[in-house]
Design a protein around this ligand. Structure first.
Ligand code: PAF
Length: 284
Protein backbone atom coordinates (compact mmCIF):
# COMPACT_ATOMS: atom_id res chain seq x y z
CA UNK A 1 0.00 0.00 0.00
CA UNK A 2 1.26 3.48 -0.87
CA UNK A 3 0.91 6.21 1.75
CA UNK A 4 0.45 9.52 -0.03
CA UNK A 5 0.35 12.93 1.62
CA UNK A 6 0.36 15.43 -1.24
CA UNK A 7 -2.26 16.04 -3.92
CA UNK A 8 0.38 16.15 -6.68
CA UNK A 9 1.65 12.71 -5.70
CA UNK A 10 -1.91 11.35 -5.39
CA UNK A 11 -2.81 12.54 -8.89
CA UNK A 12 0.40 11.03 -10.33
CA UNK A 13 -0.26 7.58 -8.80
CA UNK A 14 -3.94 7.57 -9.82
CA UNK A 15 -3.15 8.74 -13.38
CA UNK A 16 -0.73 5.81 -13.75
CA UNK A 17 -3.44 3.37 -12.65
CA UNK A 18 -6.00 4.96 -14.98
CA UNK A 19 -3.59 4.56 -17.93
CA UNK A 20 -3.67 0.82 -17.21
CA UNK A 21 -7.48 0.92 -17.44
CA UNK A 22 -8.04 0.50 -13.70
CA UNK A 23 -11.20 1.80 -12.05
CA UNK A 24 -10.92 3.71 -8.79
CA UNK A 25 -12.93 3.16 -5.59
CA UNK A 26 -12.81 5.69 -2.76
CA UNK A 27 -13.50 5.42 0.98
CA UNK A 28 -13.29 8.78 2.78
CA UNK A 29 -12.71 8.49 6.55
CA UNK A 30 -11.51 10.50 9.52
CA UNK A 31 -9.28 7.62 10.64
CA UNK A 32 -9.31 5.82 13.99
CA UNK A 33 -10.47 2.91 11.87
CA UNK A 34 -12.48 -0.06 13.10
CA UNK A 35 -14.15 -3.09 11.52
CA UNK A 36 -17.01 -0.89 10.25
CA UNK A 37 -14.60 1.15 8.09
CA UNK A 38 -12.95 -2.03 6.88
CA UNK A 39 -16.28 -3.34 5.56
CA UNK A 40 -16.36 -0.15 3.43
CA UNK A 41 -12.91 -1.08 2.08
CA UNK A 42 -14.26 -4.58 1.27
CA UNK A 43 -17.17 -3.03 -0.67
CA UNK A 44 -14.80 -0.70 -2.57
CA UNK A 45 -12.54 -3.65 -3.46
CA UNK A 46 -15.51 -5.58 -4.84
CA UNK A 47 -16.61 -2.64 -7.00
CA UNK A 48 -13.27 -1.30 -8.31
CA UNK A 49 -9.67 -2.22 -9.18
CA UNK A 50 -7.81 0.38 -7.12
CA UNK A 51 -8.97 1.34 -3.62
CA UNK A 52 -8.07 4.74 -2.18
CA UNK A 53 -8.88 5.51 1.47
CA UNK A 54 -8.47 9.02 2.82
CA UNK A 55 -7.78 9.75 6.47
CA UNK A 56 -8.50 13.39 7.25
CA UNK A 57 -10.00 14.80 10.44
CA UNK A 58 -11.97 17.63 8.86
CA UNK A 59 -12.09 20.70 11.13
CA UNK A 60 -14.88 22.26 9.06
CA UNK A 61 -17.46 19.69 10.16
CA UNK A 62 -16.86 20.10 13.91
CA UNK A 63 -18.73 22.70 15.94
CA UNK A 64 -16.96 24.96 18.43
CA UNK A 65 -17.72 22.79 21.44
CA UNK A 66 -17.22 19.47 19.72
CA UNK A 67 -14.39 16.95 19.88
CA UNK A 68 -12.10 18.07 17.02
CA UNK A 69 -8.99 18.34 19.21
CA UNK A 70 -9.76 15.14 21.11
CA UNK A 71 -10.60 13.13 17.99
CA UNK A 72 -8.10 10.22 18.00
CA UNK A 73 -5.34 10.46 15.37
CA UNK A 74 -4.06 6.90 14.86
CA UNK A 75 -2.48 6.98 11.39
CA UNK A 76 0.08 4.22 12.01
CA UNK A 77 -2.51 1.73 13.24
CA UNK A 78 -4.96 2.85 10.50
CA UNK A 79 -2.33 2.21 7.86
CA UNK A 80 -1.62 -1.28 9.25
CA UNK A 81 -5.34 -2.16 9.19
CA UNK A 82 -5.85 -0.78 5.67
CA UNK A 83 -2.87 -2.63 4.26
CA UNK A 84 -4.03 -5.91 5.82
CA UNK A 85 -7.49 -5.39 4.27
CA UNK A 86 -6.12 -4.87 0.76
CA UNK A 87 -6.41 -1.07 0.40
CA UNK A 88 -4.00 0.21 -2.27
CA UNK A 89 -3.53 3.90 -1.44
CA UNK A 90 -3.85 5.71 1.88
CA UNK A 91 -4.25 9.44 1.26
CA UNK A 92 -3.52 11.49 4.38
CA UNK A 93 -3.48 15.21 3.54
CA UNK A 94 -2.95 18.03 6.05
CA UNK A 95 -5.46 20.82 6.78
CA UNK A 96 -3.31 23.16 4.65
CA UNK A 97 -3.44 20.69 1.72
CA UNK A 98 -7.23 20.50 1.87
CA UNK A 99 -7.89 24.17 2.63
CA UNK A 100 -4.94 26.02 1.05
CA UNK A 101 -6.91 29.28 0.95
CA UNK A 102 -7.81 29.06 4.65
CA UNK A 103 -10.86 27.21 5.85
CA UNK A 104 -12.96 30.32 6.49
CA UNK A 105 -12.32 31.90 3.08
CA UNK A 106 -13.03 29.03 0.76
CA UNK A 107 -16.15 28.02 -1.18
CA UNK A 108 -18.66 25.93 0.77
CA UNK A 109 -21.07 23.32 -0.50
CA UNK A 110 -24.56 23.41 1.03
CA UNK A 111 -27.29 20.83 0.45
CA UNK A 112 -30.66 22.36 1.42
CA UNK A 113 -33.69 20.39 2.67
CA UNK A 114 -32.10 17.12 3.70
CA UNK A 115 -29.82 18.90 6.16
CA UNK A 116 -32.66 20.70 7.96
CA UNK A 117 -33.62 18.07 10.56
CA UNK A 118 -31.94 15.51 12.82
CA UNK A 119 -28.16 16.08 13.08
CA UNK A 120 -28.52 19.13 10.84
CA UNK A 121 -30.74 20.78 13.46
CA UNK A 122 -28.45 20.07 16.40
CA UNK A 123 -25.03 20.46 14.75
CA UNK A 124 -25.16 23.80 12.93
CA UNK A 125 -22.90 23.87 9.87
CA UNK A 126 -21.90 20.22 10.28
CA UNK A 127 -23.25 19.02 6.94
CA UNK A 128 -21.80 22.00 5.06
CA UNK A 129 -18.44 20.90 6.46
CA UNK A 130 -19.05 17.33 5.33
CA UNK A 131 -20.28 18.17 1.81
CA UNK A 132 -17.51 20.73 1.31
CA UNK A 133 -14.74 18.31 2.24
CA UNK A 134 -16.30 15.37 0.39
CA UNK A 135 -16.60 17.52 -2.79
CA UNK A 136 -12.95 18.48 -2.47
CA UNK A 137 -11.89 14.89 -1.89
CA UNK A 138 -14.02 13.72 -4.84
CA UNK A 139 -12.22 16.24 -7.06
CA UNK A 140 -8.83 15.18 -5.69
CA UNK A 141 -9.35 11.43 -6.10
CA UNK A 142 -11.83 11.48 -9.03
CA UNK A 143 -13.11 8.00 -8.22
CA UNK A 144 -15.63 5.91 -10.17
CA UNK A 145 -17.34 4.80 -6.98
CA UNK A 146 -17.33 6.07 -3.39
CA UNK A 147 -18.42 4.11 -0.34
CA UNK A 148 -20.15 5.40 2.82
CA UNK A 149 -21.69 3.66 5.83
CA UNK A 150 -25.44 3.56 6.46
CA UNK A 151 -24.69 4.21 10.13
CA UNK A 152 -24.52 7.90 9.11
CA UNK A 153 -27.81 7.63 7.23
CA UNK A 154 -28.40 11.37 6.95
CA UNK A 155 -24.83 11.92 5.74
CA UNK A 156 -25.21 9.19 3.10
CA UNK A 157 -28.52 10.67 1.88
CA UNK A 158 -27.05 14.18 1.74
CA UNK A 159 -23.96 12.99 -0.18
CA UNK A 160 -26.08 11.07 -2.70
CA UNK A 161 -28.05 14.27 -3.38
CA UNK A 162 -24.92 16.40 -3.57
CA UNK A 163 -23.32 14.00 -6.07
CA UNK A 164 -26.48 14.04 -8.20
CA UNK A 165 -27.03 17.82 -8.01
CA UNK A 166 -23.39 18.66 -8.78
CA UNK A 167 -23.12 16.01 -11.53
CA UNK A 168 -20.22 14.14 -9.96
CA UNK A 169 -19.80 11.07 -12.21
CA UNK A 170 -19.47 8.87 -9.14
CA UNK A 171 -21.59 5.93 -8.07
CA UNK A 172 -22.31 6.31 -4.33
CA UNK A 173 -22.48 2.96 -2.55
CA UNK A 174 -24.03 2.60 0.93
CA UNK A 175 -22.90 -0.23 3.20
CA UNK A 176 -24.97 -1.81 6.00
CA UNK A 177 -24.05 -0.68 9.51
CA UNK A 178 -21.45 -2.90 11.13
CA UNK A 179 -22.48 -3.93 14.66
CA UNK A 180 -20.95 -5.57 17.72
CA UNK A 181 -22.47 -8.94 18.71
CA UNK A 182 -24.91 -7.18 21.05
CA UNK A 183 -26.10 -4.81 18.28
CA UNK A 184 -24.12 -1.68 19.20
CA UNK A 185 -23.25 0.19 16.00
CA UNK A 186 -19.48 0.36 15.50
CA UNK A 187 -18.17 3.93 15.71
CA UNK A 188 -14.85 5.62 16.38
CA UNK A 189 -16.62 7.48 19.17
CA UNK A 190 -17.28 4.18 21.02
CA UNK A 191 -13.62 4.45 22.04
CA UNK A 192 -14.60 7.33 24.32
CA UNK A 193 -16.98 5.05 26.30
CA UNK A 194 -16.02 3.35 29.56
CA UNK A 195 -16.56 -0.42 29.75
CA UNK A 196 -19.85 0.09 31.63
CA UNK A 197 -21.03 2.76 29.17
CA UNK A 198 -20.25 0.38 26.29
CA UNK A 199 -22.70 -2.12 27.77
CA UNK A 200 -25.32 0.60 28.26
CA UNK A 201 -24.85 2.12 24.79
CA UNK A 202 -26.61 -0.84 23.16
CA UNK A 203 -29.89 0.54 24.52
CA UNK A 204 -30.06 2.95 21.57
CA UNK A 205 -30.16 0.00 19.18
CA UNK A 206 -32.69 -1.79 21.40
CA UNK A 207 -34.95 1.29 21.45
CA UNK A 208 -34.73 1.51 17.64
CA UNK A 209 -35.54 -2.20 17.31
CA UNK A 210 -38.58 -1.87 19.60
CA UNK A 211 -39.95 0.95 17.47
CA UNK A 212 -39.23 -1.00 14.30
CA UNK A 213 -41.21 -4.02 15.56
CA UNK A 214 -44.11 -1.72 16.51
CA UNK A 215 -44.16 -0.19 13.00
CA UNK A 216 -43.96 -3.62 11.40
CA UNK A 217 -47.04 -4.63 13.39
CA UNK A 218 -48.90 -1.72 11.83
CA UNK A 219 -48.26 0.94 14.49
CA UNK A 220 -48.13 4.56 13.35
CA UNK A 221 -48.45 6.54 16.58
CA UNK A 222 -45.00 8.05 16.19
CA UNK A 223 -45.45 10.44 19.11
CA UNK A 224 -46.03 7.72 21.69
CA UNK A 225 -43.35 5.43 20.23
CA UNK A 226 -40.96 8.35 20.42
CA UNK A 227 -41.92 9.11 24.05
CA UNK A 228 -41.46 5.46 25.06
CA UNK A 229 -38.02 5.35 23.45
CA UNK A 230 -36.92 8.65 24.99
CA UNK A 231 -38.17 7.55 28.45
CA UNK A 232 -36.31 4.26 28.19
CA UNK A 233 -33.09 6.02 27.23
CA UNK A 234 -33.40 8.82 29.77
CA UNK A 235 -34.17 6.36 32.60
CA UNK A 236 -30.86 4.75 31.75
CA UNK A 237 -28.74 7.87 31.89
CA UNK A 238 -28.85 9.11 28.28
CA UNK A 239 -29.52 12.69 27.31
CA UNK A 240 -31.49 12.34 24.10
CA UNK A 241 -30.81 14.78 21.30
CA UNK A 242 -33.49 13.34 19.00
CA UNK A 243 -35.44 10.15 18.30
CA UNK A 244 -37.19 10.74 14.99
CA UNK A 245 -39.36 8.87 12.51
CA UNK A 246 -38.70 10.16 9.01
CA UNK A 247 -39.31 9.39 5.37
CA UNK A 248 -36.33 7.28 4.29
CA UNK A 249 -36.15 9.30 1.08
CA UNK A 250 -36.76 12.94 2.04
CA UNK A 251 -35.83 12.74 5.77
CA UNK A 252 -38.92 14.86 6.49
CA UNK A 253 -41.06 13.76 9.48
CA UNK A 254 -42.87 10.52 8.55
CA UNK A 255 -46.62 10.58 8.02
CA UNK A 256 -48.90 7.66 8.91
CA UNK A 257 -49.10 6.43 5.29
CA UNK A 258 -45.34 6.35 4.84
CA UNK A 259 -44.03 2.99 3.60
CA UNK A 260 -40.25 3.45 3.84
CA UNK A 261 -39.32 4.92 7.19
CA UNK A 262 -35.98 5.55 8.83
CA UNK A 263 -35.91 5.79 12.62
CA UNK A 264 -32.96 7.95 13.64
CA UNK A 265 -31.55 8.54 17.09
CA UNK A 266 -28.83 10.66 18.65
CA UNK A 267 -28.10 10.67 22.37
CA UNK A 268 -25.34 11.58 24.77
CA UNK A 269 -24.00 8.97 27.16
CA UNK A 270 -21.62 10.72 29.53
CA UNK A 271 -19.59 13.01 27.30
CA UNK A 272 -20.03 10.86 24.18
CA UNK A 273 -22.59 11.62 21.48
CA UNK A 274 -23.83 8.45 19.77
CA UNK A 275 -26.01 8.09 16.69
CA UNK A 276 -27.75 5.13 15.12
CA UNK A 277 -30.69 4.41 12.82
CA UNK A 278 -32.78 1.62 11.45
CA UNK A 279 -34.86 1.40 8.26
CA UNK A 280 -38.33 -0.12 8.21
CA UNK A 281 -40.60 -1.03 5.31
CA UNK A 282 -44.15 -0.75 6.62
CA UNK A 283 -47.16 -2.68 5.32
CA UNK A 284 -50.04 -0.20 5.09
O1 PAF B 1 -18.09 9.93 7.98
C1 PAF B 1 -16.99 10.47 8.13
O2 PAF B 1 -16.03 9.89 8.64
C2 PAF B 1 -16.80 11.91 7.65
O3 PAF B 1 -17.95 12.66 7.85
C3 PAF B 1 -16.32 12.01 6.19
C4 PAF B 1 -17.35 11.47 5.22
C5 PAF B 1 -15.02 11.25 6.01
C6 PAF B 1 -16.07 13.48 5.82
O4 PAF B 1 -15.10 14.04 6.63
Amino acid sequence: MDIVHSLIELRKVIAGERRQGHTVGFVPTMGNLHEGHLTLIDAARKASDLVVCSVFVNPLQFGENEDFDAYPRTLEEDSRLLEARGCHILFAPTVADVYPGGMQNETRVHVPGLTKHHCGASREGHFDGVTTVVSKLFNMVQPDIAVFGEKDYQQLTVIRKMAKDLCFPINIIGVTTSREDNGLARSSRNNYLSLVEKQEAVLIYQALQKSKVALEKGGSDFASLRNNAINLLEQNGFIVDYFNFASAETLEPANENEIDIVIMAAAHLGSTRLIDNICVTCRR
